[in-house]
Write a protein that binds this ligand. Structure first.
Ligand SMILES: *Cc1c(COP(=O)(O)O)cnc(C)c1O
Length: 344
């Protein structure tokens, strides 16, 4: 049995308090705007993000897909980092659904510069694809949970604006960035036209994400949500988990960050393991010098009750979350050390 699941922060289970809040939630018809618990969640997220309107979605992927569907016409281009989730992990949805082209930038840990954006801007003529959207990911998942500094967000957004592009933030782990930087969520998204929060990552909910932006954008987002079958009924049961998480699970992300730092420090002491920098709850490490291949290493961890995720043959990823208490870190490190040095 996997006791310490570092595969992802999606592996957390709803807590007792969260389940109670869900059981007690007043509900109505979400599809008709009549679910009080969903409406409460949307109000809370609008406040938190300083946005005009919001809509509850089944997943973060649907938030990204609908943002692209509303703002990008077929043949138009999106500028983003080459490691962006919309490139690597959404089944090619940006192309399949919105018909988007992607111009990828080679950022550092998923974070690119205003100069790179400026250099990627194409002249507005009949030969070039029209460029419609700039996308950033806060925190940058494959960048190792790196936090975009506010000034950098402002700078890349300013270049986008100057050239008439919309700005979209994939905020799957925005609250990790908020806790790590000590800067309010509103400030992170001030220059973003559209953004969203995932409830199922560090916030520990079973289902859902909230997409936010201007009223007219949310109006169109609703049309796509209806078309794609994302409209719900008594969704207050799951939205109540979101409200509970906003009340109880934000400040505690600091514990996940501290645990990730402890894990990284311990990993760095294991022969053959090299650790990437850690800003939040994501720890990437390279096992190449141990002689192990990624999937075999993870399989060898299993009897120890530990699981990580395999990015490629050398690069593994461990995430901390609400179901990984501080006491689990030395145990995980012990298992990883034993496997790395092939001890029994
Ligand atoms: C998990 C994740 C998503 C997708 O969210 P789901 O709720 O799993 O669909 C999008 N972007 C990033 C950066 C993520 O980590």
């Amino acid at each position: 049995m996997i006791e310490i699941d570092l595969y992802s922060d999606t592996q957390s289970r709803p807590t007792k308090g969260m389940r109670e809040a869900m059981a007690d939630a007043p509900v109505g018809d979400e599809q008709q705007g009549g679910d009080p618990s969903v409406n409460k969640l949307l109000e809370r997220v609008c406040d938190l993000l300083g946005k005009e309107a919001a809509v509850f979605m089944p997943s973060g992927t649907m938030c990204n897909q609908i943002a692209m569907l509303v703002q990008v016409r077929p043949g138009e281009e999106i500028i983003c980092d080459r490691t962006a989730h919309i490139i690597t992990s959404e089944g090619g949805g940006g192309a399949a659904l919105a018909g988007a082209m992607f111009r990828t930038l080679q950022g550092e840990r998923g974070i690119y510069t205003p100069e790179q954006v400026e250099a990627a801007i194409r002249p507005d003529n009949r030969y070039n694809p029209k460029q419609s959207m700039l996308e950033v990911e806060q925190t940058a998942n494959l960048g190792g949970g790196a936090v975009w500094p506010i000034e950098r967000l402002k700078a890349v957004a300013a270049v986008a604006r100057k050239h008439g592009l919309k700005t979209h933030m994939d905020g799957a782990r925005l609250m990790n960035a908020v806790v790590a930087s000590g800067i309010a969520a509103k400030e992170h998204v001030r220059d973003m036209d559209t953004t969203w929060l995932d409830l199922t990552k560090g916030l520990g909910c079973p289902v859902g994400a909230v997409l936010a932006g201007p009223k007219d954008f949310i109006h169109e987002a609703w049309r796509w949500k209806q078309r794609l079958g994302g409209s719900m009924r008594q969704a207050g049961i799951i939205a109540a988990a979101g409200v509970y998480a906003l009340d109880h699970h934000i400040d505690r992300l600091a514990e996940d960050h501290a645990n990730a730092k402890t894990l990284a420090k311990g990993l760095a002491e294991i022969p053959g393991i090299a650790v990437e920098p850690v800003d939040t709850n994501i720890v990437f490490f390279d096992i190449g010098a141990t002689g192990w291949k990624g999937a075999d290493f993870n399989a060898a961890l299993k009897p120890h009750g530990v699981r990580v995720s395999v990015s490629n043959e050398r690069r593994l990823r461990a995430l901390t979350h609400i179901d990984v208490p501080a006491a689990a870190i030395p145990k995980a490190l012990d298992a990883i050390r034993k496997v790395a040095i092939r001890a029994n």
